[in-house]
Write a protein that binds this ligand. Structure first.
Ligand code: AMP
Length: 532
């Protein structure tokens, strides 16, 4: 009988191959710690076998266990994540910088089989959060100094496990969920975007080829695991057999020195980071001369940032990548060359054309394709579309409609396609904004503000906006006066730091639009006219 070898869609497969073929090559480096592909695979496989040997590990046919990763970016977080993948699980990053209630709501939604944590994450596992954890809790890193609080739920220490013989990552099919990433939700509850392994593997292999990444590359990681840009940074680097250099969250402003010192060849970040470095005046000509490739993505790329970058990194090709989490990291791209391909009437770079395997079209209110140069909503189709939102079938159907037999994702971005077939982003149709690279639904802030201050009429806006990028949030409440500090304190226990308003203003009359909704444009204008 002939047996057909099934393709393994496990994200860890490429790392396993590099561990077999070039075990000594560096896979990750961070804060003086370095792991070769051999060591990286060994540690991840050890973690996986610990998970899979546990009596608490689910063994039901067809059920893919979910593993929460509560860790800040670093070597330990990568080992945790790869270990979960190696075991064939869906990994679910849990952002550390968010209030306990928000984490609890995430844990409730996910039904995790295990949590893997690093030293930072371990500090948060107390009280209510600890009781909401699954029975399997693993810790990567040095053994903790303080005693573990919960005697009924032993903490498994990865460093104390005996080494295992390296075996291949568990079999994963294309339709198994590779990861779930949570984004801001308009109802006040974050929504989990489920990405299947087929989409994730397609993205990683395609983008590695498209960018021409090589084993000799040394690539920069600037993102936390809870932002899907990290999927690009980690897995495209490891697909190529290259080295990932993780910029510690505490030294982000020293990124230029970091690149120089580590002789990095590939830069990956949101444009906001480059914008901040420009403002700090550290992007001097030639200061990033080792870079051969720059990947910007996740928010509009201002022309001013590009001009500064071209002078600081004269040897680097620049890519502007566009995409929502719901279409697996990035699905459109534009190489940046002079003269710059600018979006009409804006200072931002075009988002270009679909990457191989993805499709894009601009439609009107009736989902009919519009003519070239006509604005409408941008829809995405193809190999990278998410399975949908975790536990939210109605929202999934609404956001992923079937149009003439094909599944699309409604991005909520206002866009146009020019006569050259290049797409341009013109802003949002809804109230989603990007604040320093973070995706924020203004309605999510409003929902919590309403509960905290007891007023039904509230409205938040992204403000101020410089170079097309929001620097913060200002909230308005319909009231004669407000205890702004007290309200902010109450919001802190509900929202992550990047969603907190920098100002909360009481207005005795909030401007309303013709259909009775809060007029956010008028609120922004109010701030513009009041600004010194
Ligand atoms: P996220 O899911 O966090 O990646 O956010 C997706 C949204 O970010 C998109 O729908 C766009 O509004 C915005 N975005 C992402 N990449 C770009 C880009 N290169 N240019 C303009 N906007 C972008």
């Amino acid at each position: 009988m002939k047996t057909i070898a099934l393709e393994n869609f496990n994200l860890a497969s490429a790392i396993y191959q590099h561990a077999l073929n070039s075990p000594q090559t560096t896979a990750i480096a961070s804060q003086g710690q370095t792991l070769s592909y051999g060591e990286f695979a060994q540690r991840a496989a050890g973690l996986a076998s610990c998970l899979m040997d546990s009596p608490d590990w689910p063994r039901r046919e067809g059920q893919v266990p979910r593993v929460g990763i509560l860790a800040s970016r670093g070597v330990d977080a990568c080992v945790a994540l790869l270990g979960a993948c190696w075991a064939g699980a869906t990994y679910v990053p849990i952002a550390l910088k968010q209030p306990q209630d928000r984490m609890l709501s995430l844990l409730e939604q996910c039904d995790l089989s295990a949590i893997i944590t690093d030293d930072e994450g371990l500090k948060l596992l107390t009280g209510r959060l600890l009781t909401a954890c699954p029975p399997l809790v693993l810790h990567v890193g040095r053994p903790p100094l303080t005693a573990w609080e919960n005697p009924e739920q032993p903490l498994i220490q990865l460093t104390e496990l005996s080494p295992v013989t390296l075996s291949a990552p568990a079999m994963v099919t294309a339709s198994d969920t590779a990861y779930i990433i949570f984004t801001s939700g308009t109802t006040g509850i974050p929504k989990g975007v489920m990405i299947c392994a087929g989409a994730a593997r397609h993205y990683v292999t395609m983008i590695c080829q498209q960018l021409g990444l090589q084993a000799s590359d040394r690539a920069l990681e600037t993102c936390e695991l809870s932002f899907d840009f990290s999927v690009h940074n980690m897995f495209s680097t490891w697909e190529a057999g290259a080295a990932l250099h993780i910029l510690p969250a505490t030294t982000v402003m020293n990124a230029v020195k970091f690149v120089k010192y580590s002789e990095l060849t590939v830069w990956n970040s949101v444009p906001s980071l480059a914008g901040m470095l420009r403002q700090l005046k550290v992007l001097s000509p030639g200061s990033l001369a080792t870079l051969r490739l720059t990947v910007f993505g996740g928010e509009p790329l201002p022309a001013s940032t590009v001009t500064a970058w071209q002078s600081a990194a004269p040897n680097s090709l620049i890519f502007n990548l566009y995409g929502p989490t719901e279409a697996t990291v990035f699905c459109l791209y534009q190489t940046v060359s002079n003269p710059l391909a600018l979006t009409p009437g804006r200072d931002a770079i075009s988002i270009g054309m679909p990457l191989p395997g993805s499709d894009a079209q601009v439609v009107d209110d009736n989902d009919q394709p519009v003519a070239r140069n006509t604005p409408g909503e941008l829809l995405i189709a193809g190999a990278q579309l998410a399975e949908g939102y975790l536990g939210a079938p109605v929202l999934t159907t609404a956001r992923f409609p079937l149009l003439e037999g094909r599944r699309w994702y409604r991005t909520g971005d206002l866009a146009l396609c020019d006569e050259l077939g290049r797409f341009h982003c013109l802003g949002r149709i809804d109230n989603q904004v990007k604040v320093m690279g973070y995706r924020v639904e203004l309605e999510e802030i409003d929902a919590h503000l309403r509960m905290v201050c007891g007023s039904d009429l509230v409205g938040s806006v992204a403000w101020p906006v410089a170079d097309g990028m929001a620097r913060g949030i200002v909230s308005f409440v319909h009231a004669e006066s407000i205890d702004a500090l007290g309200t902010l304190e109450a919001l802190k226990s509900r929202l992550p730091p990047y969603m907190l308003p920098s100002r909360i203003i009481a207005l005795d009359k909030l401007p309303l639009s013709a259909n009775g909704k809060i007029d956010r444009k008028a609120l922004r204008q109010l701030l513009d006219t009041q600004a010194p």
